[in-house]
Design a binder for this molecule. Structure first.
Ligand code: ADP
Ligand code: MG
Length: 452
């Protein structure tokens, strides 16, 4: 089934889960980036405005009677960051002269500064400066270094980003988790349907999937029901056809028998014998066809159990004449017994087909061993012979209906192993073809069924 794998693995872009998670993640990240930038700018501006307010308030505290003291660094109040301190000074007059009674100002601010808030350069640094003219005409400047102010504003703005940095990854993880959870029922369902074999056509329970998928599941269920109906009809047709063909064949067989009682030449008698063999072969084929149709039609494992040794005995009773005719040593090699869940007829059909094959394909004088062993949870039933075996590359194909390995002259329908595998699979077991080992090495067929 090479071609079947292709369309089953959908391309990655078709995954709704992947697309949803990519799109939602992109949206979340975009919103977070835009929101973060917005919050950053707003916080930065606010901190900046607040610092301007501080300069204004400090400036408002001075009047002509209380001019700022000349900047003696030793007198300055202690601040945690020297750069961050607010400097207040009297501005020199338009001629550059310092008012009498005041010492040289700490900052070399230009005397041309106008009243109000502005950014000005003093020495090598930029300052934010608030200039105000006092009642006596003197002008004072309240200044703070811009680099420090920016840094402070940036710090407080960055703190507003912290929630974004923490919450966005959490949101993304939560999203991935929720999506995975939402799609889990669909994955589980696909797995369940994948595990089924071709006879498990019962409906899917739509409760297990999201509402959106419901109509799809209902449609699939309707399709499953139609497939089931058509398979039933097909099996019924085969069974009916085989059954219908048996009646005229029996009549034919009877006629041939009657004809055998009439007087005829030895030549005619020989031909009649061939004809009767042909009729018998056809009857055998029809019986096998009927058995296969029945095995395919039946469903479920019966509640009752059956003893494997008991089935061995009835098969041997049935086939002993055939084995004796070919001088084969047929026997059961294990004494223990095991019980399996199966109808007696089902297990009989399985073992009979395997022993029948062994008898047919093992050369005269060979040996056929039947055995049963109970393992941990399975019962192994093995039929082993000293025949030619089946080449490894033919082992998978011999289970196909009507398939026969070329090059043997035994008669058969090619249905025996199909019937065996159909019945065994329905009973929840498996069939394995292996080498018998020993000399000469023949075929070893092992049937494993669940232990009761
Ligand atoms: N015990 C065996 N030893 C050798 N070949 C076997 C044995 N059992 C089955 N085979 C091969 O597998 C083929 C399919 O078996 P089966 O389905 O029973 O059909 P049939 O026996 O009617 O030909 C047979 O034609 C035969 O070639
Ligand atoms: Mg057979």
């Amino acid at each position: 089934m090479d071609g079947a794998e292709g369309p089953m693995t959908a391309p990655a872009t078709a995954s709704v889960q992947r697309r949803l998670s990519v799109w939602l993640s992109a949206i979340i990240v975009t919103v977070a980036v835009v929101g973060g930038a917005w919050a950053f700018v707003a916080a930065f501006r606010e901190a900046y405005a607040l610092q301007d307010d501080v300069l204004r308030q400090v400036g408002a505290m001075f009047d002509p009677a209380h001019l700022p003291s000349p900047g003696n660094p030793a007198d300055a109040p202690k601040v945690s960051d020297k750069e961050a301190r607010v400097i207040v000074q009297v501005l020199p007059g338009p001629d550059g002269a310092v008012a009498p009674g005041t010492s040289a100002p700490p900052l070399a601010l230009a005397p041309t500064l106008v009243d109000g808030m502005q950014t000005a350069r003093a020495g090598k640094r930029d300052y934010r400066v608030w200039v105000r003219t006092l009642a006596n005409g003197q002008r004072i400047a309240v200044a703070q270094e811009t680099a420090v102010r920016n840094e402070t504003a940036r710090d407080s703005a960055i703190r507003t980003l912290l929630p974004f940095a923490v919450l966005v990854p959490i949101l993304l993880l939560a999203l991935a988790h929720v999506l995975r959870k939402m799609f889990a029922p669909i994955k589980r369902l696909a797995h369940e349907v994948d595990q089924r074999d071709e006879r498990q056509l019962h409906a899917i329970t739509p409760e297990a999937v999201p509402d959106e998928v419901h109509p799809f599941v209902v449609a699939i269920n309707r399709l499953l029901a139609r497939v089931q109906q058509s398979m039933d009809a097909q099996h019924r047709f085969v069974a009916d056809a085989a059954h219908e063909l048996r009646t005229p064949l029996s009549a034919l067989s009877l006629q041939a028998e009657r004809l055998g009682q009439a007087a005829m030449s030895p030549d005619a008698r020989e031909r009649l014998a061939t004809l009767r063999q042909g009729i018998e072969r056809s009857r055998g084929l029809l019986d096998q066809l009927l058995a296969l149709a029945r095995a395919q039609e039946a469903t479920g494992v019966p509640a009752g159990t059956v003893s494997v040794q008991r089935v061995f005995r009835s098969v041997l009773e049935d086939l002993m004449p055939l084995a004796d005719a070919r001088r084969l040593d047929v026997g059961v090699t294990t004494e223990t017994d095991a019980r399996v869940h199966a109808a007696e007829l089902d297990l009989f059909v399985v073992v009979r087909n395997l022993v029948d094959n062994a008898i047919r394909y093992t050369p005269e004088g060979g040996r056929i061993d039947l055995s049963v062993t109970a393992e941990a949870r399975m019962v192994s039933i093995a039929v082993q012979d000293t025949g030619p075996g089946i080449p490894a590359d033919e082992r998978a194909r011999v289970f196909d209906p009507f398939y026969r390995v070329l090059g043997n002259d035994a008669t058969g329908s090619g249905l025996g192993l199909s019937i065996v595998s159909t019945v065994v699979r329905r009973l929840g077991g498996e069939v394995e073809l292996g080498d018998a080992g020993g000399e000469p090495s023949g075929l070893r067929v092992t049937v494993r069924l669940p232990l009761v």
